[in-house]
Design a protein around this ligand. Structure first.
Ligand code: RI2
Length: 307
């Protein structure tokens, strides 16, 4: 259990972060927990697996990749402990493999949307979005990137390091430079934490500002999202909770102490409506956002709606 609790803590504190990475880490943690689980009855096994799944899912509320991963990894249909154990290990390994392959497929499909000479703007740090940029660069296309800083946690710094290492010419901008810079951009590519049944994109705070500026400048706006980032429960009308993180990420607590009349709000994500999105590049193909329900039904399965 200690290892699973450690992984949960790393996800909560964002030592492990990114919707895809937290999904793979959670699937791996559940698998390793089940491997060593000592119980005296099947009922106890079921209770313990449910409890471990709950701990992982409750670490962060917004990215649906997390509950989807835990459900897909934790799948079993067995009546003995050993059978269930084997099935969960197999389901978790299958999910992890699927997640890795998904990035390659997204890169291959997404790179076709980039032309030689294109200027791309990206936000925060998305492995799926970066996979597309790197693939196009590797194909010999001359791609330049504007990467936003992404306050407050500055994940843009991870992005510029990754693009630098891949040899992609990159310019870092502060978040408030997005609209001014958009006139030099050909395509925006961002990741996804969740995509709803009506094709809205939930992604790092500030994403919707890129989308607004892109629409105004008639620049294509693409989200790169593995199929496991589509949100099954939104089919039933559920709303996605936007994670509120600590004010300490925004301002030094010692400064705050001296400002008794000031509050800090630190929402980690925002929502970009479907009409601002031209294309969602997934591991099952490139779709307009209007196809989100079909992706949920055909690639995830509506049984994910069950608790
Ligand atoms: P990949 C991140 O969330 C960002 O919002 C990013 O766009 C999204 O996950 C998807 O990232 P956070 O964990 O899965 O930094 O494409 O809050 O890497």
């Amino acid at each position: 259990m200690q290892q699973l609790l450690d992984t949960a803590e790393k996800i909560r504190t964002m030592e492990i972060r990114g919707a895809g990475r937290i999904a793979v880490a959670a699937a791996g943690a559940l698998r390793d927990y089940v491997k060593d689980l000592q119980v005296s009855s099947f009922e106890e096994f079921e209770t313990k697996v449910a409890e471990a799944s709950r701990i992982l899912v409750e670490t962060r509320p917004t990215a649906v990749s997390l509950p989807n991963a835990v459900k897909l990894a934790g799948r079993y249909d067995a009546s003995t402990i050993e059978e269930a154990r084997e099935q969960i290990i197999a389901s978790a390994n299958e999910f992890i493999e699927r997640a890795e392959k998904a990035l390659d497929t997204i890169a291959e499909i997404g790179a076709k949307r980039l032309k030689d000479g294109d200027v791309v703007m990206t936000h925060c740090n998305s492995h799926a979005a970066i996979a597309i940029i790197k693939a196009a660069h590797k194909q010999g296309k001359n791609i330049r990137v504007y990467a936003t800083e992404s306050r407050p946690r500055r994940q843009g710094f991870i992005t510029i390091r990754e693009l630098n290492d891949a040899g992609v010419p990159t310019t870092l901008i502060v978040d408030s430079a997005v609209r001014l810079t958009m006139k030099e951009v050909d395509v925006v590519i961002v990741g996804a934490d969740s995509i709803t049944a009506n094709g809205a994109l939930v992604n790092k705070i500030g994403t919707s500002q890129l989308a607004l500026a892109a629409k105004e400048a008639r620049v294509n706006f693409i989200s790169a999202a593995e199929t496991y980032k589509f949100h099954p429960k939104t089919v039933m009308g559920d709303m996605i909770e936007i994670e509120d993180r600590s004010p300490d990420e925004v301002i030094d607590p010692e400064i705050m102490e001296k400002l008794p009349n000031v509050k800090v709000s630190n929402p980690a994500f925002d929502v970009t409506p479907a009409e601002y999105i031209d294309l969602i590049v997934t591991d099952a193909g490139a779709f307009p956002p209007a196809m989100a329900f079909v992706v949920i039904r055909d690639y995830l399965g509506l049984d994910l709606l069950e608790n």
